[in-house]
Design a protein around this ligand. Structure first.
Ligand SMILES: NC(=O)c1ccc[n+]([C@@H]2O[C@H](COP(=O)([O-])OP(=O)(O)OC[C@H]3O[C@@H](n4cnc5c(N)ncnc54)[C@H](O)[C@@H]3O)[C@@H](O)[C@H]2O)c1
Length: 262
């Protein structure tokens, strides 16, 4: 049994909130008493059906549809957080896309989409949130959902790996400059999750799941809830002295690599 409501009074802005990991983060934050400004690219009706199905509704939850690769979406999200709830204390950049393709077949459109959503989307929401936090002279936390592939190359995921690697450097540069404002910037880097982007790939091709399992020293694929709990831990005061770093939670995937395991 946990102490409930450890995020009472906190306002969390979360992108990609309708995805599997996004909804798990939102449910965990709601359980802990946070007020939520949730964003996704999904139309309002579809998003609300998903979110309400997870109990994410009521006075403490606001949903705003918008493409996070456009700057105005971030401005609208942070603006609404301030207008409706009075602050934007924690910002979680979680929205992402993945379009696996062999390197020789990656086209400009798919390359640009990965960078626009997975990297530039976090730049926009991170910068807009940081400006509001600095202006309010309040401490703040910015968390980006990265991936273990921010540091490890993975076949058929070049654009995704490059975007996540860039995200890691974005977080480090932001952390360096924003420390003086008492704003921390960190990453959560999950391994293979049995949900969301890789969940979809595993369902389409069960052999991929088997292959993935071979390289996880802990011998199991992780859950969306485990990612959400890592994000929650970074939101707690016990993480206040952590900045510019990665909370790697990958079951040990990144510890070794053997070509024959591919
Ligand atoms: N699933 C995994 O195995 C895994 C592993 C490591 C990291 N991650 C990371 O976790 C995060 C969440 O991914 P997920 O697995 O829950 O995937 P998901 O597809 O379930 O969720 C991603 C969400 O982002 C939304 N989105 C896409 N483009 C958007 C845009 N332009 N603007 C706003 N929202 C947009 C989607 O509609 C979707 O709801 C991502 O950053 C992903 O890279 C996932």
């Amino acid at each position: 049994m946990t102490n409930s409501r450890r995020l009472k009074g906190k306002v969390i802005v979360l992108t990609g909130a309708c995805g599997d990991i996004g909804r798990a983060i939102a449910r965990t934050a709601a359980r802990e008493g946070a007020k939520l400004v949730l964003n996704d690219i999904l139309p309002v009706k579809e998003a609300k059906a998903l979110l309400c199905g997870d109990g994410l509704s009521g006075r403490k939850v606001l949903y705003l549809q918008g493409d996070i690769s456009r700057q105005e979406t971030s401005e609208r999200l942070i603006g609404k957080a301030l207008e409706k709830f009075g602050s934007a204390d924690i910002c979680v950049g979680n929205a992402a896309v993945v379009e696996p393709a062999p390197f020789l077949e990656v086209d400009r459109q798919s390359w640009a989409k990965h960078l626009d959503v997975n990297l530039t989307g976090c730049f926009y929401i991170g910068q807009t949130a940081a400006r509001a936090m600095a202006k309010a002279k309040a401490s703040g936390k910015i968390i980006f959902i990265s991936s273990w592939v921010q540091d490890v190359s993975w076949a058929n995921l070049t654009a995704y790996c490059v975007a996540k690697s860039g995200l890691k450097m974005l977080a480090k540069c932001m952390a360096l400059e924003l420390g003086r404002y008492k704003i921390t910037v960190n990453l959560v880097a999950p391994g293979f999750v049995d949900a969301g982007l890789s969940g979809k790939m595993f369902r389409k091709n069960p052999a991929l799941r088997k292959d993935a399992l071979k390289i996880v020293p802990l011998g199991r694929i992780m859950t969306a809830i485990q990612v959400a709990e890592a994000v929650f831990e970074l939101c707690l005061p016990s993480a206040d002295y952590m900045t510019g770093t990665t909370y790697l939670i990958d079951g040990g995937n990144s510890l070794f690599f053997r070509e024959e395991d591919r």
